[in-house]
Design a protein around this ligand. Structure first.
Ligand code: ADP
Length: 489
């Protein structure tokens, strides 16, 4: 629908209601005047032709049946006037004038009925369109290039929080854009409004009642009926979908947090050991320091060394606790530049004991000088810990087999890859397609959420995660993340 159609559609509806209240009266008075003139005078012109005006007027306030009734009435009045004035002894000129009047009336009626049917069909289509737009929460709009008035459908006006006006200043619409989105909206719409580009854009509106609406606008350049360049578009209210997406993301974050805490729960014994060891070191060194000091001649150098060891043990314990707290905290994702090797190294103290308790040999094969990736460090640590714990648990299923765990990082094209390789039983062909599905587990006490959460974390980082069987023994779980923009090699 063009700009013209939208504008005239709006104007016609309000103008029509005013006209329709007056027109029946005007048409009736006019018909009576024509009847009086036609019946009372003997002028030699076809006065009755004027009835066509009555028929045309009736087309504005009657349906097609009404027009036929008005037309038939006018024809009867024409004939009455004819017989009143000429009786039965009429001449052929008078009869000719009467026939011309009746013919004009008939032709006008035919055209008026056609026009009426066409306008009723158009109105029905417009009503369907309005209803469909309401149901789809989508409105249409158009704006002439360089113009400052925007024409839109009722639904577009409703979405933007306006009344039923079908034409509003562009400035008034821009004032409804959420202040935080304004710069972005200007940058997108500016060139489009000048007819340079098409657009597909999501932003928020801040309505006068303080509510926020999420909208998606799409549009492109068209040539309107006057041959002038214009922008034609559609605007969709996506608030409900956005809110659903937000609560889904919230639920996923909650789930990730719960599984993270559950994994830490599995590691409690190992982590407690990791903290206990430096604490025991502190006590031992403290006692040693006291002994060195209790000597007749205190050995201050030894005391100093003992205190240094105490400080370093204290730091070790507090580092483990800090990492533990970071992982168990429930916060929203923080997207920063992340060094993937640091993620692996920071995760190690929390799984180290689990690895050595199960007599697993760990090999770290980390590539140096890797570009950073964009992401949330805690979430990525969760993935690494999950893969390592799974690998240890898998190898634990084979009491006699070799127990080798390799954590590798590599640069592969525009991605940074992390692989966790084990020498466990490998992946059963039947399970291959289900490993990352929620609640899939082969462990008697497994939850089956670990890999599914890993996948949603890696997906949210724009990466991929997959598993493969090793050529010899075991399985390798890998994920690849895109390099941070600007850090590409
Ligand atoms: P859970 O550990 O609770 O079972 P996960 O989603 O972490 O849940 O793992 C799902 C399943 O994937 C495991 O039960 C196991 O069958 C399989 N799996 C995961 N890691 C490995 C691995 N390294 N080697 C073999 N199978 C694995």
């Amino acid at each position: 629908m063009s700009t013209q159609t939208l504008t005239s559609g709006g104007g016609a509806s309000s103008g029509a209601s005013t006209r329709t209240s007056f027109l029946p009266v005007v048409a009736t008075v006019f018909a009576l005047l024509v009847f009086a003139l036609d019946s009372a005078t003997r002028i030699n012109i076809a006065v009755a032709v004027l009835y066509v005006a009555v028929v045309l007027m009736s087309a504005s306030f009657c349906g097609w049946r009404g027009i036929l009734v008005v037309s038939a009435t006018c024809m009867v009045l024409t004939l009455i006037s004819f017989f009143v004035v000429h009786g039965v002894n009429y001449d052929s000129t008078a009869a000719g004038r009467c026939i011309v009047s009746l013919a004009a009336n008939a032709i006008t009626t035919f055209l008026a009925v056609r026009m009426r049917l066409a306008s009723e069909a158009l109105q029905r289509t417009q009503e369907q369109l309005t209803e469909a737009q309401k149901l789809a929460r989508m409105g249409s709009f158009s704006l002439r290039t360089g113009g400052d008035m925007i024409n839109w459908s009722e639904e577009a006006a409703r979405i933007c929080g306006f009344g039923s006006e079908l034409e509003v200043p562009l400035q008034a619409v821009m004032e409804r854009v959420h202040p935080e989105d304004l710069l972005h909206v200007r940058a997108t719409f500016g060139p489009a409004l000048e007819g340079e580009a098409s657009f597909d854009h999501v932003n928020r509106l801040l309505l006068p009642d303080g509510s926020i609406r999420h909208v998606r606008s799409v549009g492109h350049r068209v040539i309107d009926e006057d041959g002038k360049p214009a922008v034609m578009g559609a605007i969709m209210d996506i608030t409900a979908a956005r809110l659903a997406e937000d609560s889904l993301a919230e639920a996923q974050a909650e789930l990730a947090h719960v599984t993270r805490v559950a994994t830490l729960g599995e590691l409690t014994a190992s982590i407690a050991h990791e903290v206990n060891q430096p604490l025991a070191g502190i006590v031992t060194n403290g006692e040693a320091a006291l002994r060195w000091m209790a000597r007749d001649v205190p050995e201050l150098d030894e005391v100093k060394r003992s205190i240094e060891r105490m400080i370093s043990d204290g730091r070790r314990a507090s580092e483990v606790i800090k990492r533990l707290r970071n992982l168990s905290r429930k916060g929203s994702a923080q997207t920063l530049a992340v060094d993937i090797n640091e993620v692996i190294e920071d995760a190690l103290p929390l799984v180290q004991r689990e690895i050595s308790n199960h007599r697993v040999a760990l090999e770290l094969d980390l590539a140096g000088g890797l570009p950073s990736i964009q992401g949330d460090k805690v979430q990525l640590q969760q993935v690494v810990i999950n893969l390592m714990v799974n690998a240890v648990q898998a190898m634990n299923q084979r009491p006699d087999g070799p127990r080798e765990l390799i954590a590798r990082s590599r640069l592969a094209g525009n991605e940074v890859c992390v692989a966790v390789q084990d020498s466990g039983p490998g992946i059963d062909a039947n399970n291959e397609g289900r490993l990352f599905s929620a609640f899939f587990t082969t462990k008697p006490e497994g939850m089956g959420m670990g890999l599914s959460i890993c996948r949603s974390i890696i997906d949210a980082h724009g990466g991929r995660i997959w598993a493969s069987r090793n050529e010899s023994l075991g399985a390798t779980f890998q994920f690849a993340l895109p390099i941070r923009r600007g850090d590409e090699p």
